[in-house]
Design a binder for this molecule. Sequence first.
Ligand code: NHW
Ligand code: U53
Length: 395
Amino acid sequence: KRHMFWETQPVGQYNNHDGDKGGGEEEQVDGPIEAPQPLSDVRQEPYNLPSNYEWCTCDITDEKVMKEVYTLLTNNYVEDDDNMFRFDYSVEFLRWALNPPGYFPDWHIGVRAKESKRLVAFITGVPAHIRAHEKIVLMAEINFLCVHKKLRSKRLAPVMIKEVTRRVHLRNIWQGAYTAGVVLPTPIATCQYWHRSLNPKKLIDVGFSRLAPRMTMSRTIKLYRLPNETVTPGFRVMERRDVQAVTRLLQGYFSQFTVAPHLVDDDVEYLLLPIENVVNSYVVDNPNSHEITDFCSFYTLPSTIIGNENYSLLKAAYSYYNVATVTPLLQLMNDALIMAKLKDYDVFNALDIMQNESFLKELKFGPGDGHLHYYLYNYRLKAPLRPAELGLVLL
Ligand SMILES: CCCCCCCCCCCCCC(=O)CSCCNC(=O)CCNC(=O)[C@H](O)C(C)(C)COP(=O)(O)OP(=O)(O)OC[C@H]1O[C@@H](n2cnc3c(N)ncnc32)[C@H](O)[C@@H]1OP(=O)(O)O
Ligand SMILES: CCOC(=O)c1cnc2ccc(OC)cc2c1SCCC#N
């Protein structure tokens, strides 16, 4: 498959197209593909857009702009292959995801129609320290790339990508990280989504799940039933006073993975302190030692249910970061499921990354039919990673 844009980019390529598996000759080393440029060499002016369209910087602290971004995404962002669901990121979630410590307002990039001023496209970056092997690199995490359905297949996406790359380069940052459901040159890892039903009746009604053979609805409801209280002594909602302990837990946990975020206290405070309807996090506070021994978290990402007459919204929880040092991970994650069910989520989703494979089947997750591919921009890894070597969750 030819990738006319991506073949021009500093990303792992499928090698020359005369079929020989290049890369056999020269030894590949981990690290940047291209050296940084002098900032004076970075293009100073924005890339050209088709006439009638103009760039804008979306100030997401402005309620009105936030609403425009929300509306573009809720109507035009990612749908599953069967067009059953479309992500419905909330305004609070988007503000949280786009304003982490050290964020750059001009990395929230929109395209408007000159006449109507309507927002028709969007792409974002946020800075993050990501470790690859033993190197910590300041990268741009790219997300929320969206072109209005009416403007698809006009090669607008490559312009959006080049523009965000340009703005990242102007900040002297030369690497990026992103995920996608589509296969592009070249994934550093390919992961699978797993789903744990919390409201099996709704998932069957919308057509996502089907009754298993010889199973009745009531038997199915019973199969997925969860207790209405957690089982781990000392399990409680995370508080600000837990930040340092959670940072230490996470840093220890991440060291086993080949690619993982490098989080310090400020990151943990911002990303992991609970925000209603955005992110929920829990610690196990040992009742005797008052030591924080375990941590689990999930984020809230609803989806529009497309074209179902009984339901319009799917309430989904997504496993975020979890560290078990005393409590068995299986028990800790079951407590997370219990909390999600108590908060009326319909499904709890998790990727097969980190140590998640150790609990998925036993906690009654089923494999999804979609894959999530992870990518680095301008950074080569000698070999692709198994999902279990990946410690990075992008929102
Ligand atoms: C130093 C820092 C570096 C920072 C930058 C790092 C890189 C960041 C990269 C971005 C990371 C985003 C991560 C992220 O946001 C999470 S993945 C979610 C992406 N968004 C959606 O799927 C929303 C619904 N779809 C759309 O809005 C459009 O279909 C989009 C806009 C996706 C493509 O618009 P379109 O109207 O359908 O298509 P054309 O304009 O005609 O363009 C076709 C070209 O675009 C390539 N394409 C398609 N989907 C892509 C995708 N998801 N990533 C990268 N490239 C993608 C495609 O391969 C082709 O190039 P090729 O000919 O070479 O194959
Ligand atoms: C019920 C299980 O599926 C989902 O939760 C879900 C919800 N909304 C989506 C919107 C776009 C979409 O596009 C790939 C997928 C979904 C999915 S499945 C993959 C995410 C997970 N887990």
